[in-house]
Design a protein around this ligand. Structure first.
Ligand SMILES: [Fe+2]
Length: 184
């Protein structure tokens, strides 16, 4: 059942340019990488055939018993932003999405290495609206407030940050149309 939060995909092509990159991604919690060197040309061509140019690749490597802070990605790109996530390990992990009562005053803001602003708010501001396991790969909604809980084992997530040819973020409804033949 398609939804606004997380939708599984299946691609019949090579995804990574080199499997050894996965070890590099485990070197710290977050890495930001150039998609042209990280992704296999087969996958880049598939994305380009759909009018998609990734802006970059992000990796997140979390330990077991990890609870991520609730946040929305890229505060400047609206509240409906889709990424493609690939996951290794992290059995039993869930992604959670929340409504927020008041988003006027963040507790703190942080900037990623490429200048993306991520805002964090007090926990009591949030109401849980959905929790789902994330199949690998999946379209995932990162424009709504979300986090990951990872109870059992280490989890590596590679996020392909997708954009249209003008550099605009892709909404979930747009992504569902663009990738309709790969939905499972
Ligand atoms: Fe996120």
């Amino acid at each position: 059942m398609q939804n606004q939060y997380c939708n599984p995909l299946k691609f019949n092509c090579k995804i990574l340019a080199n499997e050894k990159f996965l070890e590099f991604c485990k070197s710290k919690y977050m890495n930001i990488m150039n998609y042209k060197s990280f992704l296999h040309t087969e996958f880049i061509e598939l994305l380009e055939s759909k009018g998609i140019i990734p802006s970059h690749i992000e990796s997140f490597y979390s330990p077991e018993k990890f609870i991520m802070g609730i946040h929305k990605d890229d505060a400047d790109s609206g509240d409906d932003i889709t990424k493609i996530n690939f996951i290794w390990g992290g059995i039993g992990s869930l992604m959670h999405w929340y409504d927020i009562k008041d988003s006027s005053v963040p507790v703190y803001s942080s900037k990623t290495d490429i200048g993306t602003v991520v805002n964090f708010y007090p926990d009591e501001n949030y109401t849980l609206v959905s929790s789902l396991p994330v199949h690998s790969p999946s379209l995932v909604q990162v424009g709504k407030f979300h986090n990951i809980t990872n109870p059992n084992e280490k989890r590596l997530c590679i996020s392909v940050v997708i954009r249209d040819k003008q550099g605009n973020a892709i909404t979930m409804n747009q992504a569902l149309q663009i990738f309709s033949e790969y939905l499972i």
